[in-house]
Design a protein around this ligand. Structure first.
Ligand SMILES: [Zn+2]
Length: 224
């Protein structure tokens, strides 16, 4: 990992099928920044906004492991009902939708737009993510040091993870599920992952294909 970059929202998650839903949010993207894009899924009742208020943003930050310390959780709570919190949420939704457009472009083989890169660059300048060295089993590892003191600091993990996703990974591994609108980063050995999750879409698509084959198969004459 290059110096100074963040794994905060880009760290690989554990087994793909483990804990797909955490506190009402879907985590199947292998990159939490993609799971942010997936916070407007199509559920039984149609497209559903999973971040309808700042409290939901707070819950997502905790569910994704972005906010872990009790101190930071307390700060989030004190910001919850401020007008700035709602303004932040609205801007985050706008950013999420622009990131979604960018992801769709990449999946279609195009590069991110200059406008998006310019916007991201200006946010990276304004919201740097400090890092610190920590000893793990005698080895020094460089980790993001995310301690938001004010609301605007919450941008740091989002914009740094987005920049990392667009610049440091094999972008051909960014894909959309064949059965729904969810995006994921394919970490499978063969690079052949097709679904957001076997539980959610994999089985659904397989059953539909089976039924289609069954319908198309000419029925055998009945023996008497
Ligand atoms: Zn799916």
């Amino acid at each position: 990992m290059p110096a100074g970059s963040s794994k905060l929202l880009n760290r690989a998650s554990t087994a793909p099928d483990s804990a797909e839903w955490i506190d009402g949010f879907l985590f199947v993207g292998n990159r939490p920044i993609l799971d942010l894009v997936n916070t407007k899924p199509i559920l039984a009742k149609g497209p559903t906004e999973l971040l309808p208020d700042f409290h939901a943003v707070e819950r997502w930050l905790i569910a994704s492991g972005t906010i872990t310390s009790a101190k930071a959780k307390n700060r989030l709570r004190t910001w919850r009902h401020s007008p700035q919190a709602e303004a932040f949420r609205k801007q985050l939704i706008t950013f999420r939708e622009r990131l979604r457009d960018t992801i769709l472009r990449i999946e279609n083989g195009s590069a991110p737009s200059d406008d998006f890169v310019k916007d991201l660059n200006s946010r990276l300048l304004r919201h740097p993510l400090p890092t610190a060295l920590r000893r793990v089993d005698g080895q020094l590892v460089r980790e993001p040091l995310f301690d938001p003191c004010e609301l605007a600091d919450l941008w740091a993990p989002f914009v740094n993870a987005a920049a990392e996703l667009l610049s440091e990974t094999n972008t051909t591994r960014i894909r959309q599920c064949e059965g729904c609108i969810v995006h994921f980063f394919d970490t499978s050995k063969k690079g052949s992952r097709r679904w957001c999750s076997m539980n959610i879409c994999g089985n659904k698509v397989k059953v539909a294909a089976y039924q289609r084959r069954k319908r198309e198969r000419p029925s055998r004459p009945k023996s008497r």
